[in-house]
Design a protein around this ligand. Structure first.
Ligand SMILES: Cc1ncc(COP(=O)(O)O)c(C=O)c1O
Length: 390
């Protein structure tokens, strides 16, 4: 059966009524026949059939054994870190999502959890940095925002040899393009706010595990800490997943066209897109992904915040907003928006230059998107030339 068919039919028909859309169980509690005698549900923080349906679907799509749904991607990341104890260390990709960096630094450092950031695109760096205290290896691949690609299978082997869990933030690829558990990861997290939801109308997070036992630990944390996903938002994510395959394929197709256009533009310096042959680790992306996704980042020849601001303020189809993965194209300036919580030096070492612009390429026609970005680049080019003449 094709992946698209499997994906669509992973969404169940309601066994009670035959409803083709998963019902939204908007309830806080469940009536019991006697104390502890119930239909498998007692309180909605612990269990909810709509959330349960989503958890089952994502576990299946990622090829995992269990899943838990959270109120945000960061709540999902937080639940994974709560598997650790004081004194444990995390080895994380250096170009990490700014919110994860903030969580690790400003919340978990004070509880005695240390994080070592390394450029995981080179497996040798992981081997060098891993130690006996490393209990969790944290990858994003592709990363946000420079689309760094790390070899999941190779790093999973190293993590296993050192008794550490490997968690992959699979937000950018989605299970349509990449299934980290199949490549040896123990845990996958998602900001379901992005491609899984797909319509820029919700905030949600997911954790998928490769074993039932690990899944039970996450479920315990989900219930104990309480950052659950609401029934309605669970339903919205399920509804998003119905078209995930179609959307991600189209996002990828459009992004490739936009990236190839940017490569040729005189105002553009570097283009980051795993689908470009000259992208670092392109061959690893080809090996572990079935497509390259909808995010493209680029820097300008005039590498300044001011030049980047001219571009991001002069597009009309690409709208200036944080977030990504929705139907409508968005763009942002990571240094002053999504990644401002990372200190400037760390940020620039990880490749987040002052002029870096991140595009979330949507589902509009690719030609219109190219024209839109071309117009904004023309303005920045003209302004730079004017400045040179003064
Ligand atoms: C790669 C990645 N992981 C996690 C998150 C956090 O997700 P959320 O905003 O749903 O909390 C984001 C948000 O942008 C992200 O880009």
């Amino acid at each position: 059966m094709s992946n698209a068919t499997t994906l669509i039919h992973s969404i169940p028909v309601d066994p009670l009524t035959g409803a083709i859309s998963v019902p939204i169980y908007q309830t806080s509690t469940y009536v019991q026949e006697a104390p502890g005698v119930n239909k498998g549900y007692d309180y909605a923080r612990s269990n909810n059939p709509t959330r349960g349906a989503l958890e089952k679907i994502i576990a299946e799509l990622e090829g995992g054994k269990a899943a838990s749904a959270f109120a945000s991607g960061l709540a999902a990341i937080d639940a994974v870190v709560k598997l650790l104890e004081s004194g444990d260390e995390i080895l994380a990709v250096d170009d990490i999502y700014g919110g994860a960096f903030r969580l690790f630094t400003h919340i978990y450092a004070k509880f005695g959890i240390k994080v070592n950031y390394v450029d995981t695109t080179d497996v040798a760096h992981v081997l060098d940095a891993i130690n006996t205290k490393t209990k969790l290896v944290w990858l994003e691949t592709p990363t946000n925002p420079t689309l760094k690609i790390s070899d999941i299978a190779a790093i999973a082997t190293i993590a296993k040899q050192h008794g550490a869990l490997l968690c992959v933030d699979n937000t950018f690829a989605s299970p349509v393009l990449q299934q980290p558990i199949q490549l040896g990861a123990d845990i996958v997290v998602h900001s379901a706010t992005k491609y899984l939801g797909g319509h820029s109308d919700l905030i949600a997070g997911l954790v998928v595990t490769n074993t039932v036992e690990l899944g039970e630990k996450i479920k315990f944390i989900q219930n104990a800490s309480g950052a659950i996903l609401s029934p309605h938002d669970s339903w919205l994510v399920i509804r998003g997943i119905e078209t995930l395959y179609l959307r991600v394929k189209e996002h990828s197709k459009n992004a490739q066209i936009v990236a190839e256009f940017l490569e040729t533009h005189p105002a553009v310096d570097k283009v980051y897109y795993p689908g470009l042959k000259n992208h670092y680790n392109h061959e690893v992306a080809v090996k572990q992904q079935s497509g390259f996704g909808g995010i493209v980042s680029f820097t300008l020849k005039e590498d300044t915040e001011a030049a980047a601001k001219i571009v991001v303020c002069n597009t009309s189809l690409f709208q200036l907003a944080e977030s990504l993965g929705g139907v409508k194209s968005l763009l942002c300036h990571p240094a002053t928006m999504t990644h401002k919580s990372i200190p400037a030096e760390k940020r620039s070492n990880a490749g987040v230059a002052d002029s870096l612009i991140r595009l979330s390429v949507g589902l509009e026609h690719a030609n219109d998107l190219v024209q839109d970005i071309s117009h904004a680049l023309h303005i920045v080019n003209a302004k730079t030339k004017q400045k040179d003449l003064v």
